[in-house]
Design a protein around this ligand. Sequence first.
Ligand SMILES: NC(=O)c1ccc[n+]([C@@H]2O[C@H](COP(=O)([O-])OP(=O)(O)OC[C@H]3O[C@@H](n4cnc5c(N)ncnc54)[C@H](OP(=O)(O)O)[C@@H]3O)[C@@H](O)[C@H]2O)c1
Length: 324
Amino acid sequence: MNRRDFLQSTTAVGLAVASGMAWAVDSVSTGNNKEPKMQFVTFNDGNKMPILGYGVYQISPEQTQQCVEDAISVGYRSIDTAQAYRNEQGVGNAVQTAIKGGVKREDLFITTKIWASNATESGVLRSFDASMKKLQLDYLDLLLLHQPFNDIYGAWRAMSKLKKEGRIKSIGVSNFYPDRIMDFALNNEIKPAINQIECNPFYQRQEDEKVLKELGIVLQSWASFGEGRNNMFSNPILQKIGDQYHKTVAQVILRWLIQRNIVVIPKTTKIARMKENISVFDFTLSNEDMQTIAKMDTKTSLFLDFHHLDAQTVKRLNSWKLPD
Ligand SMILES: NC(=O)c1ccc[n+]([C@@H]2O[C@H](COP(=O)([O-])OP(=O)(O)OC[C@H]3O[C@@H](n4cnc5c(N)ncnc54)[C@H](OP(=O)(O)O)[C@@H]3O)[C@@H](O)[C@H]2O)c1
């Protein structure tokens, strides 16, 4: 069976339950007899987003189309890319394949991000058009400011205009710390729908969570697995918890975040792991296990080379200029 046929059969199963605001994953495609059901978060603008999606950071432009087609074929509907990942074209190609294979555009949720060098009023308008050409879409579900740098207020005015025109459904930010998101939310007509930040068992962002809750902004986790740093996948505490539920460390981490109502977008290039990572809707961690994981917090980023409060990091990230 080639990939396109596979997509069609998966979609037929998915569409059967789509009316209940939950997509089932083809039990054959997941290798799982239970059908994991997707959950959704609702933004402050009323739009909904799947709580689990697929991230494509560090997937090469050549590999991206196949990976995203694989992800959609096993049930993912939300895809997270960015101008800076240089793989928007591959995402766009895969989305076109999926739509031709029967997946409805409105069942997909596509996110991209404005890189810092484009984060000005005119830079957003110009680079958004370039992104949309690569993504081959007539509307975008979610556009984020990738970094809290450059003319973010001017950039937000342009993003707000695109939202009002219907070219983007929702707008949000990424890597904003509590002080900056508070100021940003207070001084803009449209509040961000979401803030995408590093969040994993070693850097849990509980203070950020409180501020975002106060503001009605959804928290989204990048690097839920910390890209495997700190031996995340062989952590004995997480392994012990997983054994009780017959689940892997990756599934425990995703479930722990989902039970905090945090949106996750795990990345993998391997279809077996894509299936593993989406199979997290058929178990619930106990309060005790949630508390055990809460104690793992070191309140420190696993990515010190991306520390957004460090002057040299700000200088380095501002020096990256993207061609359209
Ligand atoms: N806004 C931002 O500044 C920002 C920054 C970073 C990331 N992000 C977004 O967040 C997404 C996720 O973060 P991330 O890609 O940095 O890291 P991540 O999801 O924490 O980790 C990805 C790594 O985990 C491995 N992996 C995935 N599933 C696994 C499993 N079930 N078992 C064992 N290993 C597994 C992958 O390896 P294989 O691929 O070999 O399977 C890959 O090396 C990105 O793709 C991107 O969309 C945003």
